[in-house]
Design a binder for this molecule. Structure first.
Ligand code: PRT
Ligand code: ZN
Length: 293
């Protein structure tokens, strides 16, 4: 790495170089208005319009770098935090990289509850998480650490069950495995070094955090415009209270108004149906670029 280019004044953020978190992490950074070059061979990037250096590393190394203060910030899966338990500060859930750590067994296995795993061999890349889970459930199992392809170990006769991450569930299905129970859910998290939050960098961290929150908030809302007869305004306000309250303006047509508001993505369709039923017309929906709260 070219040390001369790295400045101690800049904030440093470690992200996954190449993997399941990379694409959405880069998208988040770009949507937060950060300008930088990134291509696969790069080890780090300097932002042109923010005092930030982005370091591209393996996901397993991110929490350690943040804990040791090699970088101020990192974006890493909650699964890694649960497994390694680093002393870092969680700043923000980023709402991507969703997956779950689960216990799975071969489909034909007669194991039907986790209690049946007593005395059995379980392979995993998450030994600490697995050990904790089985201990909490009073089960004594032999945990074998495997660094990759955990899903094939039951077929190879190495283990009777596995503890592994799953998202779509297709890997489990392809390997004739069935999920017995979930251990925890995970998503990408922005974490910070404890000291980065107390020294002069705090201001920069806060600035970046506000930008990320703005991107996330915008993603979870839609901007909606509609026309409606004036006399149903009260009912519409109940259906869409908006961030504070909806913007209402009169239309040229007497007795009609135009309403502008925001609707939460997760309740979007049911809200639009309610609006139509109440008498709203010409409903226009727009994506929101950012919301600064
Ligand atoms: O090279 P590097 O060490 O950086 O990458 P890696 O290969 O160790 O990690 P990577 O890219 O696989 O995952 C990075 C992070 O993405 C993880 O730490 C999780 O936080 C998150 N994530 C989200 C996942 C998954 N979804 C996921 N499905 N990580 C791994 N998987 C695995 C899963 O274990 C299974 O083997 O993907 C496989 C396919 O899953 P299905 O259920 O979609 O078939
Ligand atoms: Zn990894």
């Amino acid at each position: 790495m070219d040390k001369k280019k790295l400045s101690s004044k800049n904030l440093k953020l470690a992200i996954q170089k190449e993997g399941r978190l990379t694409e959405e992490t880069l998208e988040l950074l770009r949507k937060a208005g950060l300008e930088f070059e990134s291509y696969k061979q790069k080890l780090f990037s300097l932002c042109r319009n923010f005092p930030l250096e982005i370091l591209y590393v393996r996901d397993d190394d991110i929490s350690g770098y943040v804990e040791k203060g090699i970088v101020d910030l990192g974006i890493v899966g909650q699964n890694i935090l649960n497994e390694k338990q680093p002393k870092v500060r969680k700043l923000l859930n980023l709402r991507y990289g969703f997956c779950s750590l689960v216990v799975a067994v071969p489909k034909e296995s007669d194991i039907s509850t986790i209690k049946n795993l007593n005395g059995k061999t379980i392979s995993t890349s998450y030994p600490q998480s697995a050990k904790r889970f089985f201990k909490e459930n009073g089960i004594s199992a032999d945990i074998v650490k495997i660094s990759g392809s955990v899903e094939i170990t039951p077929a190879l006769g190495i283990a009777e069950a596995i503890v592994d991450l799953t998202s779509s569930g297709s890997t489990m299905a392809l390997n004739d495995l069935r999920v017995l129970t979930g251990i925890y859910d995970s998503e990408a998290i922005l974490v910070a070094n404890e000291k980065a939050l107390t020294n002069g960098r705090k201001l920069l961290v806060d600035k970046l955090l506000t930008r990320f929150k703005g991107v996330l908030a915008a993603r979870s809302y839609k901007y909606v415009m509609m026309n409606a007869p004036e006399n149903i305004l009260g009912r519409l306000k109940e259906i869409v209270p908006g961030l504070k309250s909806p913007t209402v303006s009169p239309l040229v047509q007497k007795g009609w108004i135009s309403i502008q508001t925001v609707i939460k993505e997760e309740i979007f369709w049911e809200t639009v149906e309610k609006l139509k039923k109440a008498g709203a017309q010409g409903i226009i929906v727009l994506p929101i670029e950012k919301i600064i709260i």
